[in-house]
Design a protein around this ligand. Structure first.
Ligand code: ADP
Ligand code: MG
Length: 617
């Protein structure tokens, strides 16, 4: 049966429903769609009647309960700071512990009563989660789009930075849901930017692309490989506190040097200085010199002066590019295309520096603050079935695994695996009659789970009683196309099963991901030694347990001499474990094995014979 959709706004029949692409940015957000014109399909950003496509990612909560989003909210940043929320993207999927060192950067109140759970923002006597705040922005984008398109908008593709982890992606998805959007796909921003330029749209095309994204407050660079319509993130690097805001700040300082008597105690003057600094910056993207005034006093800045001021920031972005290239295992000359993203890439010094580093022309023809949304629209169009050959693939930034005996990390999906991805492994019970098994999911590169990050844990219950080692518990990790992990465990003999969506309690910043990778390299030697120790100890402890069980059962049939001997060996093994000496543990366990084997075998034989006799009766 064919379905017909009726456009409720216009009353006309609608052949295909619209799926919009949304760039939910730290500073600005916007919506784009794919239009069809004379058989050609191309993405366009939705434009308000005033000509603007960008909606500042700012939300203001008025005292009477009214909510402002966008420019109206941005205008209140200085006059109503406690009730005006900006940069909420930085808080997505984070705990207070994660953002603690940055708390001073927010003019609004971030709640810190519990460092483990996700952060909230206090406005008056109400608390809002970053998900709810992002939902406000998305809702505004949705209703603007509905107004402009004159049709309901319920389906969307939303972009996130390539370094966003599972929690951050999930939070973004939840924000969409809360705004009444069916989020069909979460797409990496650099992937979207490449798509906007049509890169990788041909099946036989193989390319390496660098995407350089310098926005208002964040910078990141990603190296992508596109082959056969598949996008793979080879590496990503960046700085979550570097962007156009820094340019504004140093320019503001320069303006203050020119007019030192400006009264910075007046909020209006501070506001004026900030807005002027940004205006000067933008003007210098097209002109060699700016002459104007701030609070009625003359100022003059040349492009050369501006370049000197921002040079250190630009240099830092280039360092990141070199790191990303290194992580991807390639050189600048291997990159086939460099895509420029973010409003701050309009700055000539930025363009020139990036062009020089990669030694090639840049993809910068599209509007840099729209290009991500345009690519999201292209992806939406693919999902709508208008471009069937495409597939998107990303990689996991850190290894995923579960805790096994002795606190060891058992990796199921190694870092840099392509997603979607699936991996499974079988485990067994350690104790007789064990009816539950704890599955703890960790993320990280270290050998011991204690050094990695716990994402989730659950208990597989209801395993029927059976001897240790007989149960077969299959644990399966599934990462979907959005990068969200599902973990399931099933006892194969009984069919007892359980599945969870991993909703980590708190997320990782890209700096932390980097630190974890660095740690794993620094401690690689250590870790191998510790793993060996843990394995030796686990083996020794099992040996002691088996011995204890044996003594309980057959101890009565042992001679006094045999009991004393066994005891002495037990003590030696325990001492070796306590000394944390891997070789000593091995030696003591082996010695115990050799010494107790003869009478253990004799007793087993006797027990077996007794059992056989019993059966013959
Ligand atoms: P985000 O991705 O963080 O939401 P955007 O990509 O929208 O940010 O970039 C916003 C930044 O771009 C702001 O710092 C803004 O001042 C800067 N910007 C916009 N236009 C220009 C321009 N013409 N020259 C220099 N910087 C610009
Ligand atoms: Mg952006």
């Amino acid at each position: 049966m064919a379905k017909v959709a009726i456009n409720l706004a216009t009353g006309s029949l609608q052949e295909k429903e619209i799926i919009v692409g949304i760039d939910l940015g730290t500073t600005n957000s916007l919506v784009a769609i794919v239009r069809e014109d004379e058989g050609r399909r191309y993405p366009v950003a939705l434009r308000e009647t005033d000509g603007y496509t960008l909606v500042p990612s700012v939300v203001n909560f008025g005292k009477q309960g009214e909510v402002h989003v966008g420019n109206e909210a941005r205008a209140r940043l200085l006059t109503d700071p406690e009730r005006t929320i900006y940069s909420v993207k930085r808080l997505m999927g984070k705990s207070y512990g994660d953002v603690q060192q940055d708390a001073g950067r927010f003019a609004y109140q971030v709640i810190d009563d519990d460092t483990e759970t996700l952060v909230k923002v206090a406005i008056g006597n109400k608390f809002y989660s970053p998900i709810e705040l992002s939902a406000q922005i998305l809702q505004e984008l949705k209703s603007r789009a509905e107004h402009l398109l004159k049709t309901p908008v319920t389906k969307a593709v939303i972009t996130v930075p390539a370094y966003f982890n599972d929690t951050q992606r999930q939070a973004t998805r939840d924000a969409g849901k809360l705004a009444g959007l069916d989020v069909l796909r979460i797409v990496n921003e650099p992937t979207a930017a490449a798509l906007a330029y049509g890169l990788g749209m041909k099946q036989d095309e193989e390319r390496i692309i660098a995407v350089y994204d310098l926005g208002g407050g964040t910078f990141d660079v990603s190296i992508l490989r596109i082959a056969g319509g598949i996008f793979e993130v080879l590496a990503t690097h960046g700085d979550t506190y570097l962007g156009g805001d820094d340019f504004d700040r140093v320019l503001g300082e320069e303006l203050l040097r020119q007019q030192p008597s400006l009264d910075m105690k007046q909020a209006a003057v501070v506001q004026a200085l900030r807005l002027t600094a940004e205006a000067v910056k933008k003007a210098l993207s097209d002109n060699a010199v700016y002459e104007g005034e701030v609070a009625g006093r003359p100022i003059r800045v040349t492009r050369e002066q501006f370049d000197a001021l921002i040079q250190p920031f630009v240099a830092r972005t280039l360092d990141s590019c070199r790191s990303a290239l290194k992580d991807a295992g390639i050189q600048a000359k291997d990159v086939n295309a460099v895509v420029m993203v973010g409003g701050s890439t309009r700055v000539p010094l930025v363009k020139d520096s990036v062009r020089a580093l990669f030694g090639r022309e840049l993809f910068d023809a599209l509007n840099p603050d729209e290009v991500v949304a345009l690519g999201a629209a292209v992806q939406a169009d693919i999902l709508a079935g208008n471009n069937k050959d495409m597939l998107l693939l990303d990689v996991t930034p850190l290894s995923l695994g579960i805790e096994t005996m002795g606190g060891l990390m058992d990796v199921l999906i190694p870092r840099n695996s392509k997603i979607p991805s699936k991996a499974g492994r079988q485990y067994t019970t350690q104790k007789d009659g064990q009816s539950a098994m704890a599955i703890s999911v960790f993320q990280g590169e270290r050998d011991l789970v204690a050094d990695n990050r716990k994402l989730a844990s659950f208990n597989l219950k209801g395993i029927p009683a059976m001897p240790a080692g007989l149960a077969k518990v299959e644990v399966v990790f599934l990462i979907d196309a959005d990068g969200i992990l599902k973990v399931s465990a099933k006892e194969l003999r009984s069919g007892v099963a359980q599945t969870i969506d991993v909703q980590p309690q708190y997320g990782l910043t890209d700096a932390q991901v980097e630190q974890m990778l660095l740690d794993s390299m620094l401690h690689a030697k250590d870790d191998i030694a510790r793993r060996a120790l843990v394995e030796a100890r686990t083996e020794a402890e099992q040996m002691l347990e088996v011995t204890q069980r044996f003594l309980n059962k057959h101890g009565a049939m042992m001679s006094e001499e045999e009991r004393v001997l066994t005891h002495a060996h037990e003590t030696a093994v325990r001492a070796a474990i306590a000394a944390e000496d891997k070789d000593a543990i091995h030696a003591a366990t082996e010695a115990m094995n050799v010494a107790t084997k003869p009478f253990a075998e004799r007793l087993m034989d006797a027990a077996l014979k007794a059992a056989m006799k019993g059966m013959q009766v």
